[in-house]
Design a protein around this ligand. Structure first.
Ligand SMILES: Nc1ncnc2c1ncn2[C@@H]1O[C@H](COP(=O)(O)OP(=O)(O)OP(=O)(O)O)[C@@H](O)[C@H]1O
Ligand SMILES: O=C(O)C1=C[C@@H](O)[C@@H](O)[C@H](O)C1
Ligand SMILES: [Mg+2]
Length: 198
């Protein structure tokens, strides 16, 4: 399927003016899948932070957790995020925990435009149950883990510049919705009132 509004995407890309769009959200929210389609619409490079971490460590995220522990993964994640945020205008899909690091959050705020893909528990569980590669969910009750992560993280994710509710619609429709939300944030909203300008 083709994108709905190439003009809108072009205006968003112009307004980004060298800044990355940084996608945040829980596992299964669609950061990687929607991020790839968003990048195509904005004609920007797509970067997946989890993939970059795997390249830097020459091993999978699951293996880093298993062999070095979560704390070491978080250190590596923070350092990779610093590097990626300096890469100019890109669409950057973060790992689900990256925005929970205060330094990383501040760096995202300074360098980029953050977009939270917010999704409810049922949708997330339906999505993540397709693959067993996520180390945090290798637990006796993955749904309870996801609920706990939602409780801890959603108040922090909610500080993102833009929030898009992840709906059970196709990926192209979701990517179009993100373009529209970015267009509203970057091109229509006035900083003073938060409403549509001038
Ligand atoms: N809008 C959508 N419609 C249908 N499937 C989707 C949609 N968004 C994501 N998916 C699918 O859900 C699964 C999880 O999505 P994805 O891997 O993009 O999540 P993520 O936010 O990157 O998660 P993680 O933090 O674990 O990397 C994938 O199989 C993806 O293709
Ligand atoms: O939500 C999280 O903390 C994680 C999400 C994934 O993207 C990976 O970064 C890793 O599995 C941890
Ligand atoms: Mg991902």
């Amino acid at each position: 399927m083709t994108e709905k509004s190439p003009d809108m995407a072009k205006q968003v890309a112009d307004r980004l003016n060298g800044r990355p769009v940084v996608l945040i959200g829980l596992m299964g929210a669609g950061k990687s899948a929607i991020g790839r389609k968003l990048a195509a619409r904005l004609e920007l490079p797509f970067i997946d932070a989890d993939h970059e971490i795997e390249e830097a460590a020459s091993m999978s995220v699951a293996d880093i957790f298993e062999h070095y522990g979560e704390a070491e993964f978080r250190r590596l994640e923070a350092s990779v995020m610093t590097r990626l945020l300096g890469a100019g205008a890109t669409v950057l899909a973060t790992g689900g925990g990256a925005f929970m690091n205060a330094d990383t959050r501040a760096a995202i705020g300074a360098a980029g435009v953050s977009v939270w893909l917010s999704a409810d528990l049922d949708l997330l569980m339906a999505r993540v149950s397709r693959k067993a590669t996520r180390p945090l969910l290798r637990a006796p009750d993955p749904r309870a883990v996801m609920q706990k992560l939602m409780d801890e993280r959603y108040p922090v994710y909610a500080t993102a510049d833009v929030t898009v509710i992840s709906r059970d619609v196709g990926k192209d429709e979701m990517a179009d919705t993100v373009v529209e939300a970015l267009h509203y944030h970057l091109c229509l909203k006035t900083p003073e009132t938060g409403t549509i300008g001038p």
